[in-house]
Design a protein around this ligand. Structure first.
Ligand SMILES: Cc1cc2nc3c(=O)[nH]c(=O)nc-3n(C[C@H](O)[C@H](O)[C@H](O)COP(=O)(O)O)c2cc1C
Length: 145
């Protein structure tokens, strides 16, 4: 089974292009070694990242991400185990925020993400909505290649 996790995090300062590249380089290399796939997006001091892979590797990466001083994780959701990956081909796809806005789903993703705490949707519905949107992002990105 595949373990998966999505979070949003805040940086203290605007991240420089160079630092963003460093994160992407390390993420791609390490994720490839650990069988982790997913996507990352960044805009205006906010990251949103989705990761999926073997349970132990995901657990370790979550710990690393929580300890990483470059950002603070604000909100996160651990999905119930999945039979298949959503992002099969990407060890860590960096998606430009504007691209996601064009796709139109990310705004929705944020809306869902930030209303988890109040009871508009129950957790099962939120997870269902998130999974639907992740599938759509994955499909749209595939078509763009
Ligand atoms: C926004 C963000 C996303 C990251 N994504 C990944 C990732 O997908 N995979 C990864 O191995 N490290 C990623 N990192 C780096 C980890 O936080 C951490 O530095 C790395 O796993 C090495 O940890 P270690 O130095 O404790 O071994 C990311 C860091 C940030 C700030």
């Amino acid at each position: 089974m595949i373990s998966s996790y999505i979070y949003s995090s805040q940086t203290n300062n605007e991240i420089e292009v160079e630092s963003l590249r460093d994160i992407q380089t390390i993420a791609k290399r390490e994720n490839l070694a650990h069988g982790i796939t997913g996507y990352l997006t960044y805009k205006k001091e906010t990251f949103i990242q989705y990761i999926e892979g073997p349970e132990e590797d995901i657990k370790q990466l979550i710990t690393n991400l929580h300890n990483d001083k470059r950002h603070n994780i604000i909100k996160s959701i651990h999905f119930p185990p999945k039979k298949e990956r959503v992002f099969k081909d990407w060890s860590m796809r960096y998606i430009e925020y504007d691209e996601l806005i064009e796709i139109g789903f990310h705004e929705l993703l944020e809306t869902v993400f930030f209303t988890v705490g109040n009871k508009i949707f129950d957790e099962e519905q939120v997870i269902q909505k998130l999974n639907n949107m992740l599938e759509k992002i994955a499909v749209t990105q595939k078509n763009m290649k």
